[in-house]
Write a protein that binds this ligand. Structure first.
Ligand SMILES: Nc1nc2c(c(=O)[nH]1)N[C@H]1C(S)=C(S)[C@@H](COP(=O)(O)O)O[C@H]1N2
Ligand SMILES: [Mo]
Length: 446
């Protein structure tokens, strides 16, 4: 049909990018691409015309309301994406690469994460469902209930009025960051390096709010609920509802946040209210937060059970089948580092080069970062800053000297305060979580 012809017209443009991106997906399978970008609801609606969630998410993606949306055929590549650009254009986001999966999932190339505080435009997006639309921050309500002395129902203005408002730089990293490098392949978003960020969050301490409600003796776990909807469009079906042990929840580092980087949260990063639970998988940090329930058992909401955000509780060989009873919930994230300067594949004409990046280690401190330019034969220690607050990443910096022209790889290795270092090899697990192997970049000295 004519849709097909439109697609093939731009094949040349698209093939310039070797990134698996939404444009490629449109070329391969326009209906699937609609589903990926705008949700299953939009996909079916576009047979008729775009409306509701589908229209709202398309408008958000394309950066504006679409007056003639009724005329847009299903599976048509929006021209905004078809100009040979590898990036999905999302209003307020810049330079992110879209991954081939469900409604908007986008990561940040490492060299765009060079800032101490990640700009909102470069904060990755990981959605399991379809974000809520027509959000009114003034009317937004957060409920704290379950095993509490007194249930609370709080507006954002109540949070600001009754609790300390604090600002912290906090690392969020998806548990599946680095999944693309697993062999055999693990299913799920093929994140490379960029499902991590350290923005500056403003909000109230989760602990203060829970204590105000009164945490009862038998509480062991939190359960987080939100206003996004399931891809199936089934009312009441939750895309994700995770929680953390109460001991972690009561840590002073965790926020219920209403601002990032001095402005209201970005719609794709959870506006108007979200949790930020640094040091643990990003999935613990519920976006579009509406309710926290305190429970006397480990939470069993969607993505808490089975293989989701779980890893084998004993070492396994690559490709080995693991029984479900042998999986354990991921808690603290492992030590990791990222080289943010220079960009991978640089060519330089000098023999000295500054190397910069960040390192982080769950709830622990990073003790040292080492750099190698000889495939790990020798290492030199980089200078390493203390975190600006608990939960922030730590800047590292050093200058390396290349002995002669040629091809080099710069490797980074961080070690945490317990003496645990990043491994060279990937710790394979069925769902591809927790890849904290060295970050490597290529440098050509010419
Ligand atoms: N309500 C809701 N919260 C959510 C998610 C989601 O799909 N829905 N995704 C989680 C996952 S898996 C991650 S890694 C982080 C990503 O946060 P970001 O999109 O702001 O980068 O949000 C978490 N919170
Ligand atoms: Mo995630």
């Amino acid at each position: 049909m004519s849709d097909k012809r439109r697609s093939s017209d731009i094949t040349k443009n698209a093939s310039q990018s070797n990134q698996k991106n939404l444009l490629d997906l449109y070329l391969e399978n326009p209906d699937k691409a609609d589903e990926v970008a705008f949700g299953r609801k939009a996909y079916s609606d576009r047979r008729g015309f775009l409306k509701g969630l589908g229209l709202a998410s398309m408008a958000a993606t394309l950066g504006g309301y679409i007056p003639f949306h009724r005329n847009m055929p299903g599976g048509l590549i929006p021209a905004a994406m078809a100009s040979g650009m590898p990036d999905l254009q999302i209003q307020g986001k810049d330079g992110l690469l879209i991954l081939n999966d469900r409604p908007v999932n986008a990561e940040t190339p490492p060299h765009l994460l060079d800032d101490e505080v990640t700009p909102t435009a470069r904060h990755f997006i990981r959605n399991n469902g379809v974000p809520p639309v027509n959000v009114d921050p003034e009317k937004w309500l957060l409920t704290i209930d379950g095993l509490v002395n007194k249930s609370l129902s709080l507006k954002i203005s109540d949070l600001k009025k009754h609790f300390d408002v604090v600002t912290k730089n906090l690392v969020l990293e998806c548990g599946g960051n680095g999944r693309a490098f697993f062999e055999p392949k693990a299913s799920g978003n093929q994140w490379t390096y960029g499902a991590v960020a350290c923005s500056q969050w403003t909000g109230v301490r989760l602990a203060d709010v829970l204590k105000a409600a009164g945490v009862q003796e038998e509480v062991v776990y939190t359960a987080h609920y939100s206003a996004d909807s399931h891809l199936s469009g089934k009312p009441g079906k939750l895309p994700i509802s995770r929680g953390v042990p109460i001991e972690k929840a009561l840590g002073a580092e965790n926020l219920i946040a209403f601002e990032m980087n001095g402005a209201p949260l970005h719609p794709m990063n959870g506006a108007p209210l979200r949790l930020v639970i640094p040091g643990w998988p990003g999935s613990c940090s519920q976006k579009w937060l509406t309710r926290i329930e305190l429970r006397n058992q480990v939470h069993d909401g969607p993505k808490m059970t089975g293989k989701a955000y779980r890893v084998p509780n004993h070492p396994v060989a690559p490709g080995e089948k693991v029984e479900e009873k042998d999986f354990a919930i991921i808690e603290e994230m492992p030590v990791k580092s990222l080289i943010t300067f220079p960009e991978n594949n640089v060519e330089i004409r000098t023999d000295e080069l500054e190397i910069r990046g960040h390192a982080w280690a769950g709830d622990r401190l990073v003790k040292k970062v080492e750099i190698s330019i000889d495939f790990g034969a020798t290492w030199q220690q980089a200078t390493l800053n203390q975190p600006v607050n608990q939960g922030a990443w730590q800047r590292f910096k050093t200058t390396v000297k290349f002995p002669q022209v040629g091809y080099y790889e710069v490797w980074a290795k961080a070690t945490d305060e317990q003496g645990i270092s990043q491994p060279f090899a990937i710790n394979w697990n069925p769902k591809g979580y927790l890849n904290n192997s060295f970050h490597r970049i290529a440098v050509r000295v010419v």
